[in-house]
Write a protein that binds this ligand. Sequence first.
Ligand code: WTA
Length: 649
Amino acid sequence: MSEIESVLHENRSFEPPTAFRETASINDLETYREMHRRSIEEPEDFWGEVARELPWIEPFESVLDWSEKPVAKWFGGGKLNASAVCLDQHLTTERRDKVAILFEGEPGDVKSYTYAEAHAEVCRMANALAERGVKRGDRVAIYMPMIPELAFALLACARLGAIHSVIFGGFSATAIRDRVADGGCTAVITADGGWRRGKVLELKKVVDEALAGIDSVHTVFVVKRTNNEVAWDERRDVDLLAAMAGASAERAPEAMDAEDTLFLLYTSGSTGKPKGIRHTTGGYLVGTYLTSKYVFDLKEDDVYWCTADIGWITGHSYIVYGPLANGATCVMYEGAPNAPHPGRFWELVEKHRVSVLYTAPTAIRAFMRWGDEHVTRFDRSSLRLLGTVGEPINPKAWMWYREVVGEGRCPIVDTWWQTETGAIMITPLPGAVSTKPGSACLPFFGVDAAVVDEDGTELGANQGGLLCVRKPWPSMLRGIWGDDERYRETYWSRFGGKYYFAGDGARRDEDGYFWIMGRVDDVLNVSGHRLSTMEIESALVSHPGVVEAAVVPRPDDLTGEAVAAFVTASPGCEPGDAFADELREHVAKEIGKLARPADIHFADALPKTRSGKIMRRLLRDVAAGREVLQDTTTLEDRSVLDRLSAEGK
Ligand code: WTA
């Protein structure tokens, strides 16, 4: 493969604001560089020290064992319990009565739990689970709305040493059945329903459907949230809140080996069945603890809100494990960002005085589209730091986030990482590193990231290539559940077992900053030039009349592949030939004629996964005029695709 040509030019740069720097725990570039150097050159000293900041039940004897590469072992001999790291350690400190979880439901109901209260809830839930036979090593599927009991469910499993497997609450019965079967789950925790855009999402009903014909599951624990009517199997179903009410608020945490599995989380690749990504206890906690501490620069009085769903890795690492291990106050919100009105997030920011906000580019672009007035009518003066994750963020959205949401005051941390990496890998440290719109900036401690060519040779400045990681890090996945060979094949075969590669393209600029160019599968080839679809999208979106764009290749006799663009126009912009021509010229001016889209399709919405990522592989079929025969079960809204396909005919 030749290198990927980078055509995106972005020269703006923002220093950490002085006021932010004054209180930041790492506040100059030199300190970051020295700590990073040490973390790479002396990883055992570096990570040993960090790990000792956590409460261990028994101390570890070694830090890293890489002899069974690519399966790392961290903190060998050490014993700990994830729920004790998140809760118990704070009970003997002033944090005992500090709010751990501040919940708001979609209908506006608010409930908060201090660390002491959360501890009691988790112990009660663990006892209720144990009462029905859930024990160490069992796999427990969790399918719930974003309510506090979801966070408690993760921690209750962890307390017992049971392995949780959270399935996002928007997935179908088939998706649940596949995951329950693959993991060999013996219990399920769910709710009667959850609130979504004013309606009840009937979760228990979906679970009942999923479990028809599966007999490995002995118990379905049901949290009553919406009080809709549900079918009840007396032998199998347990009213969880009732069981908790009668259970003890004490339960000793199980002493887990550092390398015992903490959870599975399924991620769908572009082909094949979903992979149960396996994370273990010690390394994962150390990684999420340290990244939360430094990337979000957590302070004792912060009100921290990560808007992800706990059904994704972002919610696991940055709603539950990382922030709670740091003793932070975490906001949890049940509903949609635009229900009952498009200013809902900002209303919550004002009401709860949120100081650190972590969200996704897809949400940011949606807010841009809905209009600034829904943001600005709420007071955002409490915000001091903004974060983003999940996709490359185009500079226009980054600038909007900075100027409109953050009033130019808040640094932005664009964090690159994956379900597989467990924790943030590439990110600015907000008090130390100048940020550039669209760049995830520099590697976090212990991360030896590089951009290489097909042979694994590191590329020079601004040459696009494959993003890989050359050394093990504590929170890395340990494997794929039940399929070690697939683990090796998927992540380690590209460079003959030498480096970790999980599919993204990137370039590094002259300052060593990383610019993620999206999935390498999304690269297109026009007349022999390999271009990143994401960069063309970014050029399109920089036009004021465009809010969102997806670019895919379409077969072309002349050029091999031609650029096909799907564009959502800003309100008030008239989609049509004239506007399409204007956009073509805009791209030609921004990037070059080479990247000028041959086809422009206007769309009121783009097909996305349930976690908000644009599904370009489906758009490829639409662009080529083919019927979409691929798996579409992870689509958020199937009708978006149907509309696009119909227009193409
Ligand atoms: C993409 C989410 C650019 C990337 C934590 C990665 C990003 C995939 C960024 C993992 C970012 C995530 N900039 N791209 N800041 N963050 N990605 O497993 O392609 O849901 O490989 O984990 O999202 O998605 P996942």
